[in-house]
Write a protein that binds this ligand. Structure first.
Ligand SMILES: Nc1ncnc2c1ncn2[C@@H]1O[C@H](COP(=O)(O)OP(=O)(O)OP(=O)(O)O)[C@@H](O)[C@H]1O
Ligand SMILES: [Mg+2]
Length: 306
């Protein structure tokens, strides 16, 4: 048993609402896991179960070797949590807020205050939080979650409200923690930005886990076509269509680029033809299915099964 988090057949019901239904997974150390799903899919509920804020209706949750919903949950000090709607007392300064959370976690104040630099708030640390922008509050929330070098970091939609530069900075911080062996779970709707950054993706739909794996694994499972994109000089466009022997399914995306979908078994043959000498094709790109497309695929699969 080396996983930092273990869920076994976990369900959570609120009256008749089944927020989470029969979910099982292990989250090892040194991994970034993206938790994705529509509104109401059960993402926040899963994070709260791992934190011990709520108890499962059925099944078991183990976090850092303990059951988090027990009163004397010692591992809580080694957890970091950024809630979905982070709110702080507006009358306190950034420094005061971090010091407060450091005391709660029984962590020394000095290294905690250095976290303000890490999230780029050093210049605003003496300002009242009531004067912070949304992105600044979010960064303060992240600094709060990072107190005490957590072994398990649970971040609920952490990049909402961050501009693109701050997002990059945020993912660097996450990567660093993961490289030092932490488990990082982040729930998000920002699928495109997760593609490069998550080691693993868990897709939730209506309380159920519909897929779990690395992007490559999900691609293999989904067997969706890749998109082949050809650049063709305008004068050769007709010749190219002729040559491909296929007029249907082509999409002219402009600027001399056409694309079409090719399943795995046809992909290599098509590429071979396209790159032969004498073809009208100037350039070839193969674009594998995106996380957006995989997400839609697995959701459709579950909806059809239900
Ligand atoms: N305290 C609660 N009481 C009653 N129902 C709840 C409670 N918390 C969550 N739910 C319900 O459980 C389901 C899952 O909610 P959850 O907050 O986990 O979704 P989510 O995936 O985080 O969604 P979002 O993307 O909107 O944040 C929803 O139907 C929600 O209404
Ligand atoms: Mg949520």
């Amino acid at each position: 048993m080396n996983a930092n988090v273990e869920l076994r057949d976990v369900s959570k019901h609120y009256g008749r609402i089944e927020a989470v239904r029969g979910v099982s997974f292990d989250l090892p150390a040194g991994e970034t896991i993206a938790l994705v799903g529509h509104n109401g899919a059960g993402k926040t509920t899963l994070l709260k179960l791992m934190l011990g804020l709520i108890r499962p209706t059925a099944g078991t949750v183990q976090v850092l070797g303990e059951a988090p919903a027990r009163g004397e949950f010692e591992a809580r000090r080694r957890l970091g949590y950024l809630p979905e709607n982070v709110a702080f007392n507006p009358a306190l300064t950034g420094r005061e807020i971090l010091s407060f959370y450091a005391r709660l976690k029984r962590e020394p104040t000095a290294p905690t205050l250095r976290l303000l630099e890490k999230v780029g708030l050093e210049g605003a640390s003496h300002r009242r939080v009531g004067t912070y922008s949304k992105g600044m509050r979010q960064r303060l929330g992240l600094a709060q979650a990072l107190i005490g070098e957590p072994q398990l970091l649970l971040l609920d939609e952490p990049t909402t409200g961050l501009d693109p530069a701050l997002r990059l900075g945020f993912y660097e911080i996450v990567q660093e923690l993961r490289d030092r062996g932490a488990t990082v779970v982040l729930s998000s709707h920002a699928l495109t930005e997760l593609e490069e950054r998550a080691d693993r993706v868990i897709i939730m739909n209506r309380g159920m886990m519909v897929a779990d794996g690395s992007l490559d694994e999900l691609r293999r499972l989904a067997r969706l076509p890749s998109r082949i994109r050809l650049t063709i000089p305008a004068a050769s466009m007709d010749a190219a269509r002729e040559w491909m022997g296929k007029k249907e399914g082509w999409r002219d995306v402009g600027a001399g680029v056409v694309e079409f979908d090719a399943y795995h078994d046809r992909k290599l043959a098509l590429l071979r033809r396209a790159t032969q000498e004498g073809t009208p094709v100037q350039d070839v790109d193969v674009v594998p299915p995106t996380l957006d497309e995989l997400y839609a695929h697995f959701l459709r699969g579950q909806e059809a099964a239900e």
